[in-house]
Ligand binder design. Sequence first.
Ligand SMILES: NC(=O)C1=CN([C@@H]2O[C@H](COP(=O)(O)OP(=O)(O)OC[C@H]3O[C@@H](n4cnc5c(N)ncnc54)[C@H](O)[C@@H]3O)[C@@H](O)[C@H]2O)C=CC1
Ligand SMILES: CC(=O)C(=O)O
Length: 354
Amino acid sequence: MHKTSSLSELGFDAGGASSGFFRPVADGCPATPTTAHRRLTKISVIGAGNVGMAIAQTILTQNLADEIALVDALPDKLRGEALDLQHAAAFLPRVRIVSGTDAAVTRNSDLVIITAGARQIPGETRLNLLQRNVALYRKIVPPVAEHSPDALLLLVSNPVDVLTYVAWKLSGFPASRVIGSGTNLDSSRFRSLIAEHLDVNAQDVQAYMVGEHGDSSVAIWSSISVGGMPALKSLRDSHRSFDEAALEGIRRTVVGGAYEVISLKGYTSWAIGYSVASLATSLLRDQRRVHPVSVLAAGFHGISDGHEVFLSLPARLGRGGVLGVAEMELTEAEAAQLRRSAKTLWENCQLLNL
Ligand SMILES: NC(=O)C1=CN([C@@H]2O[C@H](COP(=O)(O)OP(=O)(O)OC[C@H]3O[C@@H](n4cnc5c(N)ncnc54)[C@H](O)[C@@H]3O)[C@@H](O)[C@H]2O)C=CC1
Ligand SMILES: CC(=O)C(=O)O
């Protein structure tokens, strides 16, 4: 484990340094019972690339963790990223940052977020990454699960739905503790498009994309509400142009959002950073918020009970992981689209022989 540069590395003895500096106060005790018994929260981020670092830095600003462990295969890059974050300590809540190329640094994590892996080059689909990233997950997931057997696993590398299945199989964890970031990000893109159109804050817009985090994601038009009011009918009443073709155009724009950013800057990072930090908050702070995330979907909406496929459905998240999945009312067309997504994803899962 590498605790980033410290005075002890320069030869200064850390033992007793604090007690030499501060004079004990009368009747003082080392820690109040509350502090002494408070369970510290540890989050590990595997993969310190664009996405891993955007997630780590967003989590840092949200005062969610007492310790963040970063893991990457490239030791210099990893140490550089860890130091760079540590140098911001004077502006942030106090968080211990540790890093290492070995999964041992993640020991006793509450939440492990995996972002390691190949990313798309312009024009490539997420499913194109499957073989490369499954090979990585075979190396990463078993030791991580062994070091933190009670952790929640949050998967981000693509194709995220199939890799969530892979992580579930390789970890041996219950499905409720294995969650893919899924369409939480796609739904944010969807909400922000509608919010911009109506000139309202995207936080006041509810709108769900479900299914695959990828080309076959399904927009649930009946889920759109603004300030608690169903919005599709009024959008249609005020704009005759909101016909089926226009709606499919909006869905394609949401799906194309990632491709557009990748073609412009080479990767996506900030939005997924906020998306995953919001999931981490809901999980670790037991917020019981509903997020569209990748969960075991067998038996939902006509997906066969025997198909252990993971895809996004609105799920209630808390400290135990997935606490429940909302029974959405879908049109027959939406349910059929979802089943088509499930079929494609399940075919990919079966090729892996896990
Ligand atoms: N689910 C989602 O919504 C999103 C998923 N992604 C996915 O996240 C993944 C990462 O993307 P970027 O951060 O942009 O890529 P990147 O190339 O910047 O970072 C990947 C990191 O993984 C590290 N890595 C490789 N093998 C490793 C191992 N065995 N152990 C630990 N670290 C290892 C690399 O050294 C590198 O630092 C990609 O698969 C990408 O498609 C990206 C954006 C959104
Ligand atoms: C790359 C990716 O999956 C996204 O930004 O949606």
